[in-house]
Design a protein around this ligand. Structure first.
Ligand code: TEU
Ligand code: CA
Length: 555
């Protein structure tokens, strides 16, 4: 096994996710764009990150903000041109920043020519690029519910058949059983790799292979059946990824991370095992799903720290020596980390730094979602008209109209977990619209931008931004942070997240207080000295509210 534990750049890297629509608008149309990103590369370089993950920038009618692609080889007009993209790549590479692209190939837009062809008639050569089935007695082929609400099947009058869409009806699922589809995808990937991109984040890659007899799913919430057991980690998914690896990935020095929706530890070992020839890493979501309840993610229950820690521990232990882990608190589908796990008010700054410490001192490749390095918080929308995300809007109607949830309660759920919480514009300065745009932003700016913005933090040594800079720099300096063994301490504590890292004679101890109260721990730290902490003074073994301390062994 040891031979697979070679050092690689993507194990040592810190990745920064850009959601282009909300990052920086260069031309005043209210939509972030590629030239906006180019203008902020120095900001990212200064933060110290190594890799940028760009959420989709391809041509798209934006039913799902670019996760519905109508041309894989063209840039979304709102975002700029292919020349802009080439310049972005060059300017990034000049600064030693790599760029990984979002690869969305479980589905396309219904406006992709493959689909318009496929849709046109049963004999069309593209018909079999998608998943078409006959209905049953005037009903859809089976009872599957779409993850974005309603049936997962859309009826087409022209041919009297249905097509499958796990997401919106404008996101028809590709038929990976069809060899031609796979060839098209691989060719497209090669085309981008030949332009010089450094890898892919693969959207819902765990869903590409479906059980072919399309059985009904277990009914949930009264009406639709759960498609997950028949689509997640389907019968041929590993075969497809091994093929993709052979045909494409293995030919380049790149990194890959699969968004493995619903992944278990056992499955993750298959996707990302060092000896599997599939992907380098996957994202798992168990820590994100701990707050789920009877309406799935739409819930407002508090999260148990003990359970949260158990997830991190399980994944570290489970993958140890077998595959490489990833670490994240947030992304464009999740609420803001400070709002979810920290404190938006009195301890905003302390808790943001504490969360950064907790994540970045663990083993795995860490991801920073845009604005997290500033401690950006949830959107705080109070009216449904402020929301833009189709998942949120669909759920709002579905839960109120069909599932008996009150409007007030639904607004609370949205404020807690809507994807738009992370999609408000990046807060650059305290000028109008937070310096994101000179026009009308496509989604409202968080009104707290006068307090939380990059300009006020970049030159302030005590800022969250500068703290993140330290965390990232430490990872680059110290092998123990990247490669050291991980051991959870006090697993039963509901207050303290603490762990030990070890690499040969070196040792780190990390203590994080997840509460608003002072806590005490019992730990002999003789022979250790403080390496990093988020309060000026430390008073160990007392941990002040949201305090984080990293100790290093004197050797
Ligand atoms: O998300 C996949 C996914 O599993 C989502 O349904 C996720 O559970 C949900 O957004 C959480 O609220 C990916 C992308 O990250 C997401 O933005 C896309 O909408 C989706 O795929 C479809 O492409
Ligand atoms: Ca723009």
């Amino acid at each position: 096994m040891m031979k697979y534990m070679n050092k690689t750049w993507w194990k040592e890297a810190v990745v920064y996710q850009i959601y282009p629509r909300s990052f920086c608008d260069s031309n005043g149309d209210g939509i972030g764009d590629i030239r906006g990103i180019i203008g902020k590369l120095d900001y990212l370089k200064r933060l110290g990150i190594d890799v940028i993950w760009l959420s989709p920038i391809y041509q798209s009618p934006n039913d799902d903000n670019g996760y519905d692609i109508s041309d894989y080889r063209a840039i979304m007009q709102d975002f700029g041109t292919m020349d802009d993209f080439q310049e972005l790549l060059e300017e990034a590479h000049k600064r030693n920043l790599r760029i990984i692209m979002d690869l969305v190939v479980n589905h396309t837009s219904d406006e992709h020519t493959w689909f318009t062809q496929s849709h046109s008639d049963k004999e069309n050569p593209y018909r079999d690029y998608y998943i078409w089935r006959e209905g049953k007695n005037g009903n859809p082929p089976n009872n599957w519910g779409s993850w974005f609400g309603g049936s997962a099947w859309q009826y087409d009058e022209k041919t009297d058949m249905y097509y499958l869409h796990i997401f919106s009806k404008k996101q028809p699922d590709l038929n990976w059983e069809n060899e031609k589809v796979r060839r098209e995808v691989y060719d497209m990937m090669l085309w981008w790799l030949d332009k010089g991109v450094d890898g892919f984040r693969m959207d819902v890659i765990s869903l590409i292979s479906k059980v072919q007899d399309f059985p009904d799913g277990k009914v949930y919430q009264g009406k639709y059946g759960d498609l997950t057991p028949y689509c997640a980690h389907g019968p041929r998914v590993h075969e497809y990824l091994q093929e993709m690896n052979r045909e494409v990935l293995s030919k380049y020095d790149i990194m890959t991370v699969g968004e493995a929706a619903c992944v278990t530890l056992e499955e993750a070992k298959k996707y990302a095992g060092f000896d599997r020839g599939e992907l380098d890493t996957v994202f798992q979501f168990e820590h994100m799903d701990l707050g789920n309840g009877k309406y799935g993610k739409w819930n407002d229950a508090p999260i148990s720290l003990r359970k949260l820690k158990a997830v991190f521990e399980k994944w570290d232990k489970g993958l140890d020596g077998i595959a490489w882990n990833t670490l994240f608190w947030s992304n464009h589908d999740q609420p803001r980390a400070v709002s979810r796990f920290g404190d938006e008010n009195t301890y905003w700054e302390k808790s943001a730094k504490m969360l950064g410490t907790c994540l970045h001192m663990m083993r795995g490749t860490p991801y920073v979602y845009q604005g997290e390095e500033l401690g950006m918080v949830n959107a705080g929308f109070t009216d449904i008209t402020q929301y833009r995300d189709l998942e949120s809007i669909n759920a709002y109607h579905d839960l109120i109209e069909n599932q008996g949830v009150s409007e007030e309660k639904m607004m609370v759920y949205l404020q807690k977990v809507s994807r738009d919480n992370a999609r408000t514009p990046m807060q650059w300065d305290d000028s109008q619209n937070a310096g994101f745009t000179t026009g009308e932003p496509w989604i409202e700016v968080n009104p707290d931008y006068k307090k939380i913005n990059a300009k006020s933090q970049i030159n302030n040594p005590a800022s969250i931004y500068n703290y993140y800079q330290k965390l990232i720099a430490l990872r680059h300096e110290k092998d123990i942070i990247v490669y050291g063994d991980f051991e959870m301490l006090y697993p039963e504590s509901e207050e303290i997240f603490a762990y030990r890292r070890k690499l040969e004679k070196e040792e780190l101890l990390v203590f994080c207080n997840f509460t608003k109260d002072t806590q005490q721990v019992s730990m002999n730290i003789k022979g250790f000295h403080p390496l990093l902490h988020n309060y000026e003074e430390i008073d160990f073994p007392n941990l002040k509210p949201y305090e984080a301390i990293v100790f290093e062994k004197n050797i």
